[in-house]
Design a protein. Structure first.
Length: 220
């Protein structure tokens, strides 16, 4: 899953209005932000195998440190503790961010074939495989992002033109990347996959920039 993660981050602004959108993006995609660095370091591995699923040509051979159930539980706790050190005792924000980190496994479980590890070294892998049913998976994520954005817009207001324009440009960008993932050609190499995935950090920075130009609105 891709934009479905961001959908949860947008929606989570209602539960944690003091948390920046950038922090919410960082939490929801924390696993996918770790993953390309672990690939480049040789800690985890992936293969380009067209036909592996209908949607993605990637065969996730080994990625227990970034995507296993156990490690996402660990990362969620560490993320909340670091947030507390940086931002103070904002318990609702901490709980929301921890939940977003851990939610990555739940959403990936829906889309991945059975390749998601439960533990670091265990053989058990799970996944429902919705990536093999694109007629459901594609509109599902599109609708998820629309719903998350709707909830975000109900609890924030633009302070200036940047707060409005930058948000909508980001939404168009996310939809474009999502469609490119579905209909684009397979990547040329694993290195290209890893380096292109590092661009997700730009979305995090984009979220922080947007948040500086928006203010919490009236919660309904």
């Amino acid at each position: 899953m891709f934009i479905g993660h961001y959908a949860l981050a947008f929606a989570a602004k209602r539960a944690a209005p003091t948390a920046s959108l950038g922090s919410l993006f960082l939490a929801c995609q924390f696993a996918d932000l770790l993953w390309p660095s672990f690939l480049l370091l040789g800690i985890e591995s992936v293969e380009i195998a067209p036909g592996n699923t209908v949607v993605t040509p990637l065969n996730f051979v080994r990625y227990p440190y970034s995507h296993s159930l156990v490690m996402l539980g660990v990362w969620s706790v560490l993320f909340a503790l670091v947030y507390r050190v940086v931002r103070g005792r904002r318990y609702m924000a901490m709980a929301t961010l921890a939940s977003l980190v851990f939610s990555h496994f739940a959403l990936d479980f829906i889309t991945h074939r059975p390749d998601l590890p439960i533990t670091i070294n265990g053989a058990t892998r799970v996944g429902m495989g919705l990536w093999n049913v694109p007629a459901i998976e594609l509109p599902l994520e599109l609708l998820m992002l629309a719903a998350g954005l709707f909830l975000y817009l109900r609890v924030t207001e633009a302070r200036d033109r940047i707060g409005a324009v930058a948000l909508w440009v980001l939404v168009v960008f996310l939809y474009a990347v999502h469609l490119a993932n579905f209909f684009g050609p397979p990547p040329p190499s694993v290195a290209a996959v890893a380096w292109s995935a590092q661009l997700l950090w730009l979305v995090v920075l984009w979220g922080y920039w947007i948040d500086r130009h928006r203010t919490p609105g009236h919660l309904e």
